[in-house]
Structure formats: structure tokens, C-alpha cells
Design a protein around this ligand. Structure first.
Ligand code: NAD
Length: 476
């Protein structure tokens, strides 16, 4: 079997690349081992976790309604129904992708692809039936094989009570107690779901703060909230051993944990993800892989092999679906002969869908400091926002990182309800090279949380009237 372009991996990066390439006139084959398109993001990541976080929000909002004089009875939780509803979301979206592939004449093959050389993939059976052919010859390949949860050998014990994110998303039960190992994106998002459903959730994080690498001003309000919602947050602590005790898992800690050992009904291991570059036969091509397993690519997403490009989690951090999709489109354009196509964003947004949410884009204060770059920072506390007060979410904060010379906005960070939606305005401003004046002079609708982006810019300019803080920008 032959194809002009094969895309290996049908996640958000892979299907964006395949569909874009087809739209640009290439003949495309998409190979994925899963029975459905969508990759980890749709089948066992972003989408199912957001469906469960939606449920968590409904329950939490109903609880907080008591502050406004409206009391609801405790929720009755039907896990089977919840799972089925989540599955319906996945089925609708993956069914849609299959249709989109068909409409574009993208051939989808269910198989595990392994490189035999720079222009041949061996197609190994992944489902009940063998694939239509056992070899696929191609002119070009876009590698989009994504990433998988990092496994720690010391913590790999053969019990369903020890879960990775995939198992946790299956909602096997609401355990009485849950230990989350890793205070990153997945640990905090899934910890939030289980805590709202009724588990006593504890988090152990080996560094000195939750969400390492994220601006501390943004993490602080979330940490404060999680201290109330979670049973414990242990920082500077590690799990060194786990033992299956049938009805629970015995966990041994090191560092500033709870003491030496403690038992939990279940454990979720969420200590990061690693690129899926092993076992693909890349050694039979000219593709180079770095020491962490990432496929090395140039700004056009070309690898060292002239026939192979790579995008998404397998190629570089941050491991985020929207970054993968953009890279996929660039790779397709490059193969269609668009010489000028390069992946060079000023701002890749990141969102942690906890409650409150944390979102940021562009340069952070910490990165500026590390680079020795002089920036100024302006921030607006949500306690002074009419909308935040009226929805009872005053813990938020919106901050801009600004270039003092050009007065361009270089970065933005937001913590608060709906921060993930609000950050989109900041991405546009940063990409367009907007100045802080541009942001301040853009009229934001009242009363909305989006006003905090305008107000924060006004704080920098000394024109804010909703807060008494004339010209308070500080040097970072
Ligand atoms: P992560 O890198 O966000 O967090 C892992 C955490 O585990 C870190 O804080 C790390 O210090 C800690 N850790 C590592 N080893 C440990 C140990 N032995 N004991 C205790 N703590 C330990 O990784 P993740 O949460 O697994 O998520 C993986 C990736 O998936 C993320 O980096 C992100 O790119 C992506 N993701 C994104 C979203 C989103 O966009 N909302 C959600 C989930 C996952």
C-alpha cells in the first residue's frame, strides 16, 4: 500500500495535520492503534476530565449557593450514569472526527505503525482484525504519537487500587481516601473531581510548591482553596514504596510527608508524561531523539530525516493539545510547499482546570528574571471587581507582564473562576504586539471578569478608578 502522506497518531495534533494536509490537496492516510480517533486528549485526557470537572463544578456551585440563602439537598451520585454521560461526549466527538476524515477522503487505518526505514511503515495488528495491508510506503510522514503517563517502577504494584490518570477517569468508585502522587495539572484536576464527589483527597508533591514552574502569585489562591477541599497537601515529600494490603494501599513516604507510612483506599500516580518515541523503529530512520525522548525538530517541525516531520507531545513541551494542533497545521503547510510556514508563537496559553482555574500565556515573571530581562508587572485583585463580588469569587488575580520600553504586553497570568476562558484575550493581545495602552483603551463589558484585564492595564498606567493604586507597576 502507498500514500503521499501518512500521519502516525490520531490525536489533536495528528488529526489536525491530516485534515489540513487533505484540505491542501495531499493524499493522506491516518494510522492509529485505537479504535477511535481523538488520541489521549479525547479518549482519556482533556475531554473526559473536563466533563467530570463540569460535574464537580455543578456540585460545588450548589453547595456554595447556601451562602446566598439557597440550600440544596446533598447530591445523589450515580457513577454509572456519570460514566455513561462522559462516554457519550467522547463518542459524539470521536464519531465527528471519523465523519470529518471521510468527508476529506482521509483513509484511516487501525494499526500500530513501526518504521522499517525512512519511507516504510510496518502495520501491526492493533484490533480484532489485521489491517488492510502489512506495509505502507509513504513520501512523507508526520509523527504525532503523543505521550503517556510516566511510570515509576518503585510504585508499580499490580492492583487496580493504584491508578494512573486513565484509570482514575474511569471512575471505578468514589474511594473513601485517595492519595494523589504529584501536585501537577493531572493530580490537582483529578483530585478536585474526587474531593467534590466525596473522597478524602491528600496530595504529595516532591517540590516545595504545587504546580512547580507556575507563577506563585497565581498558585497561592488555589493552594489556599485546596487546603480546605483536600485532607492534606504534603510538599517536599515523596512516596518511596507502596504495598498492596487488599482493602487499601500502604504508602511509605520520605521527606516532609505525614510520617513514615499511611494507608489509602486508592492512589493516583500523576508524576508527569513522557513522549511516545520508543518502540516505533525510529532507529531505522534518520530521526534524532534527545536525552528525554523528545524527537528533535526545527521550527518547521522537520526532523533530521527529510521524509519525516514530528509534532505535538512527542516533539516538544509544553505537552498541550492546542500547541500540537497548531504544529500539525504548520507541518501540513510545510509539506504542501508553503515555504514561510514556521511554528513561532509569542504565547502558548496553558490552563489548569481546578477551582479556581489558573491560566497564563507568554512571558512569565520568573522566566523574565531567569533571562535577565527587565519587565514591569501590574496586577488587579478581583476583590475590586463588581462581577467577582456578585458571583462570590473574589480570590482571583489578573496580572500583566509588560516591556517597560515598548510598553507591549509580553505575558499574562490569571487565577480565578473562568480564567481559562479569559486568557484568550491576553493571547490575542500578546500575539498582535498590543501595548498596555491598547488593552486599557479597549472597552471591556461591565460587569464581567474580563474587565480585570483592562483594569490591570489601567493599574499600570495609573488610570484605574476601581481601585486606589495610582501607577503601581513594579519592576520584576
Ligand atoms: P506535571 O508535570 O504537571 O506534574 C507532575 C508533578 O509530579 C510535578 O509537580 C512533580 O514535581 C511531581 N512529582 C514527580 N515525581 C514525584 C514523586 N516521586 N513524588 C511526588 N511528586 C512527584 O504532570 P502531570 O500532572 O502528570 O501532567 C502531565 C502533562 O499533561 C502536563 O505537563 C500537561 O502538559 C498535560 N496536562 C495538561 C492539562 C491541561 O492542559 N489542563 C491537564 C492534564 C495534563
Amino acid at each position: 500500500m502507498e500514500t503521499q502522506l501518512v500521519v502516525l497518531g490520531g490525536g489533536p495534533g495528528g488529526y489536525a495535520a491530516a485534515f489540513m494536509a487533505a484540505d491542501l490537496g495531499l493524499q493522506v492516510t491516518l494510522v492509529d492503534a485505537e479504535p477511535r480517533l481523538g488520541g489521549a486528549c479525547l479518549l482519556r485526557g482533556c475531554i473526559p476530565s473536563k466533563a467530570l470537572l463540569h460535574v464537580a463544578k455543578v456540585i460545588a456551585d450548589a453547595r456554595h449557593a447556601a451562602d446566598w440563602g439557597v440550600a440544596f439537598a446533598a447530591p445523589k451520585i450515580d457513577l454509572d450514569a456519570m460514566r455513561a454521560r462522559k462516554e457519550k461526549v467522547i463518542a459524539a466527538l470521536s464519531g465527528g472526527l471519523a465523519q470529518l476524515a471521510k468527508r476529506r477522503s482521509v483513509q484511516v487505518i487501525r494499526a500500530r505503525g513501526v518504521f522499517e526505514d525512512s519511507q516504510t511503515l510496518r502495520l501491526e495488528q492493533a484490533g480484532d482484525k489485521p489491517p488492510a495491508a502489512d506495509r505502507l510506503r509513504f513520501q512523507h510522514c508526520i509523527l504525532a504519537t503523543g505521550s503517556s503517563p510516566t511510570r515509576l517502577p518503585a510504585l508499580a504494584i499490580p492492583t487496580a487500587r493504584a491508578m494512573d490518570s486513565t484509570a482514575a477517569l474511569d471512575l471505578p468508585e468514589v474511594p473513601e481516601s485517595l492519595l494523589v502522587i504529584g501536585g501537577g495539572y493531572i493530580g490537582l484536576e483529578m483530585g478536585t473531581v474526587y474531593a467534590v464527589l466525596g473522597s478524602r483527597v491528600s496530595v504529595v508533591e516532591m517540590t516545595d510548591g504545587l504546580l512547580p514552574g507556575v507563577d506563585r502569585d497565581l498558585v497561592k489562591p488555589l493552594h489556599k482553596r485546596l487546603e480546605k477541599d483536600f485532607a492534606a497537601i504534603w510538599l517536599n515529600a515523596k512516596v518511596v514504596a507502596m504495598a498492596d494490603k487488599k482493602d487499601s494501599i500502604e504508602v511509605t513516604f520520605e521527606g516532609q510527608g505525614p510520617g513514615t507510612t499511611e494507608r489509602f483506599s486508592r492512589v493516583l500516580v500523576a508524576v508527569g508524561r513522557r513522549p511516545n518515541s520508543a518502540g516505533l523503529g525510529l532507529e531505522h530512520t534518520k530521526v534524532q531523539v534527545d536525552s528525554r525522548g523528545f524527537v528533535m525538530v526545527d521550527p518547521q517541525r522537520r526532523t533530521a530525516d527529510p521524509h519525516i516531520l514530528a509534532i505535538g507531545d512527542v516533539a516538544s513541551e509544553p505537552m498541550l493539545a492546542h500547541k500540537a494542533a497548531h504544529e500539525g497545521k504548520i507541518a501540513a503547510e510545510v509539506l504542501a510547499g508553503h515555504e514561510a510556514a514556521v511554528f513561532s508563537p509569542r504565547a502558548i496559553p496553558a490552563v489548569v482546570f481546578t477551582d479556581p482555574e489558573i491560566a497564563w500565556a507568554g512571558l512569565t515573571e520568573a522566566e523574565a528574571k531567569k533571562e535577565g530581562r527587565a519587565v514591569e508587572v501590574a496586577q488587579f485583585p478581583w476583590a475590586a471587581s463588581g462581577r467577582a463580588q456578585s458571583v462570590g469569587r473574589t480570590e482571583g488575580l489578573t496580572k500583566w507582564v509588560i516591556d517597560p520600553e515598548s510598553r507591549c504586553v509580553l505575558g499574562c497570568g490569571i487565577v480565578g473562576a473562568g480564567a481559562g476562558e479569559l486568557i484568550a484575550e491576553a493571547v490575542l493581545a500578546i500575539e498582535m504586539g498590543a501595548t498596555v495602552e491598547d488593552v486599557a483603551q479597549s472597552i471591556h463589558p461591565h460587569p464581567t471578569l474580563s474587565e480585570t484585564l483592562g483594569f490591570s492595564a489601567e493599574v499600570y498606567l495609573g488610570t484605574a478608578t476601581d481601585i486606589y493604586r495610582p501607577r503601581t507597576a513594579r519592576k520584576a
